[in-house]
Design a protein around this ligand. Structure first.
Ligand code: FMN
Length: 208
């Protein structure tokens, strides 16, 4: 009996120490340092078409800290030059749980993936992290960037953003019928209007 207890104790210690060994440090993944997986590119040399990247392949928006973060799928957004800086924008319905993380940390990442990860990209759009276990049941590997933002190791492109403006759209500001319908449908679900989120691009990372 004593021998069994000793074996169980040693096994528990081994499990605990192996957990400690894979705890992620900022800029590290479980296996390789972040900068060995991704190379930093300046926004002016970014490749890829935004209509395909965002509009067809979709992206993930992730915000929070290593201890607590949330991810959602997004298909509305883009980037360009605003506020005299390389800037991204996304449009989120007011009830998205990810918005709470963006408001709290004031940073977030946009991540883009090759086709083989399509099911994973869609996974984060099927339910809210507020009342589902989607953050525990995905198959991607969270990584922390050198700035401390959360992204995914499987991404082919990561854009790190610092929140610049989070604003509520006003229905009276829309002129086309399509846009008016879009705004109205967002209100129906959230009982509030969409939030436009602008972020200054702090880093762009491309898979090595
Ligand atoms: C392909 C796809 C694209 C989506 N695009 C957006 C979007 O741009 N903005 C938005 O607010 N919701 C979008 N959604 C819905 C959110 O991803 C979904 O409501 C998600 O559950 C929100 O997660 P959260 O509450 O954990 O933040 C999209 C969903 C899918 C499947």
């Amino acid at each position: 009996m004593k021998k069994v207890i000793t074996i169980l104790f040693v096994a528990a210690l081994l499990v605990a120490s192996s957990r400690q060994a894979i705890a992620l440090e900022p800029g590290q993944t479980a296996d390789k340092p972040f900068v060995e997986l991704f190379e930093n590119v300046v926004p002016a040399t970014m490749t890829g078409n935004v209509f395909k990247l965002v509009g067809e392949d979709f992206m993930l928006i992730t915000s929070g800290t290593e201890a607590d973060f949330n991810t959602m799928t997004a298909g509305w957004g883009g980037w360009g030059v605003l506020f005299n800086a390389p800037t991204t924008w996304c449009m989120l319905r007011a009830n998205r749980y990810t918005l709470e993380y963006i408001r709290n940390t004031k940073t977030y990442t946009l991540t883009f993936f090759e086709d083989e990860y399509n099911d994973q990209v869609l996974h984060f759009g099927m339910a809210s992290g507020r009342n589902s276990d989607k953050m525990k049941t995905h198959r991607l590997t969270a990584v922390t960037t050198p700035l401390g933002n959360i992204a995914y190791k499987e991404a082919s492109l990561i854009i790190e953003c610092e929140l610049v403006q989070l604003t509520t759209i006003q229905p009276g500001d829309f002129y086309t019928e399509e846009a008016k319908a879009f705004v109205a449908s967002g209100y129906e679900e959230a009982k509030d209007y969409h939030k436009l989120v602008f972020g200054k691009i702090t880093n762009v990372w491309r898979k090595k």
